[in-house]
Design a protein around this ligand. Sequence first.
Ligand SMILES: N[C@@H](CCC(=O)N[C@@H](CS)C(=O)NCC(=O)O)C(=O)O
Length: 218
Amino acid sequence: MTLMLFAHPFSSYSQKVLIALYENATPFTYRMLDPDHPDNGAEFARLWPPAKFPLLLDGDRAVMESSTIIEHLQIHHPGAVRLIPDDPAAALEVRMLDRIFDNHVMTNMQRIVNDALRPPERRDPVEVEQAKAALDKAYGWLDGHMTARGWAAGDFSLADCAAAPSLFYADWVHPIAEQFPALRAYRARLLARPSFARAVDEARPYRGFFPLGAPDRD
Ligand SMILES: N[C@@H](CCC(=O)N[C@@H](CS)C(=O)NCC(=O)O)C(=O)O
């Protein structure tokens, strides 16, 4: 049964799931969500009216939410790389870090990007200031957490799939300061991981669309 992923290469949550697929070389059909593929957009909107992507279609079963998609892949299409450990306590740690990256890094990064997407008269400097302050708090905690660690929670896992795009884009909108060397080194390690390097390369043609202007690096 062919897996189908409705996604876009420049989307951070799409990248999170693409990392998982690439880690295990899991075959799938890429259903690109862009104006050149209106049929994909129409089917996606029918399957999931909130229209937040990515979405995985496994036969006739639609799976929403990036973390759940990665859990689904491990249960139904497992590969050599176990992204959620079998040990329940280790799995809990992985899921906690996954939530931290999504809720405290990705969400605050998206607040800043979403503000930049608004017309100038509807932008909110207070919102941006609060999001940056929240990112700094997250960076501080994560820097301590990553000291003397290679990956976020044991072996490379779901948590690192979440960390890679969230830290990648968060550093673009609010750079991780030099006072957080362990977090900066972790971001560099994620960029060197072949699965994420591939996702970053596939997204490269779209950098011109980044509303705040993509930096000339990474
Ligand atoms: N909690 C969702 C978040 C998905 C999400 O926010 N996706 C973004 C793209 S990275 C999106 O759909 N943006 C379009 C929109 O908000 O209309 C997940 O983990 O999959």
